[in-house]
Design a protein around this ligand. Sequence first.
Ligand SMILES: NC(=O)c1ccc[n+]([C@@H]2O[C@H](COP(=O)([O-])OP(=O)(O)OC[C@H]3O[C@@H](n4cnc5c(N)ncnc54)[C@H](O)[C@@H]3O)[C@@H](O)[C@H]2O)c1
Length: 258
Amino acid sequence: MGHDYFQLTNKVCVVTGAASGIGLATANLLAEVGSKVVLLDINEESGKKAADDLNKQGFSAQFIKCDVTKSEDCQSVHQQLEEEYGKVDVLFNNAGIIRRKNVVDLEEHDWDLVVDVSLKGVYLLSKYLIPLMAANGGGSIINTGSGWGLKGGDQAAAYCAAKAGVVNLTKAMAIDHGPQNIRVNCICPGDTDTPLLRDEAKQLNLQEDAFLTSSGADRPLARIGTPRDIANGVLFLASELASWVTGTELVVDGGGLA
Ligand SMILES: NC(=O)c1ccc[n+]([C@@H]2O[C@H](COP(=O)([O-])OP(=O)(O)OC[C@H]3O[C@@H](n4cnc5c(N)ncnc54)[C@H](O)[C@@H]3O)[C@@H](O)[C@H]2O)c1
């Protein structure tokens, strides 16, 4: 198959949570296939460095500080994109955080934070960017769910709730915006080696290496994922190869859910 099917030359691709892990790997991959990548994150230092690294390699990247839980930040991103590019082709709503607690132990502010970043953030940025996408003929939105948006998991009540919300919000958005030629899909990663996963070991008071090994062990492919494994799935959903794919979830988890 020709490599060109995955080219996104001059497409404007927006990635949230782009300073680390899955978002960073995806921003890098989207830049490599020719798009103009806009990296959004609350972590200004790492986000700027990621964009600088890409520009030094001759790719096109820009960092904008954006807290996806803040309406004013999302509105400001819309204004900047409209002025600088006049369009947005791909939106990867990926920012997310996890708190490994059950409902009894979870503090209310942590519930709010997890749901606000992982679920409300998808709503907010989409609210402000969909009109720009629609005005330019459509595009592709990919939301980051999780295996734990499709099944339950232990000690992660708010996260499971938020991610299940993302899965069904994806379907609702696909129905509403299909007529504007906007495809909306969800990527559901299994355990992937990122700072978020390593932090879970800390939250659970487990030894990091043992936690990572056990997270990979019971999967058919017997390893945890790399951020690039997930980025590859996002690229498929962003590309024209997925031209009739909308309202669904792509599970990328080494067979864990199987
Ligand atoms: N790593 C895994 O095993 C795994 C599995 C399933 C799903 N996910 C999901 O993948 C996504 C990316 O996670 P990751 O593992 O790469 O984590 P990560 O911690 O490496 O990266 C998350 C990024 O999101 C940013 N962020 C946090 N709050 C934000 C906010 N309010 N606004 C903007 N940016 C914000 C962080 O600064 C960070 O750069 C998350 O939605 C996560 O829930 C991860």
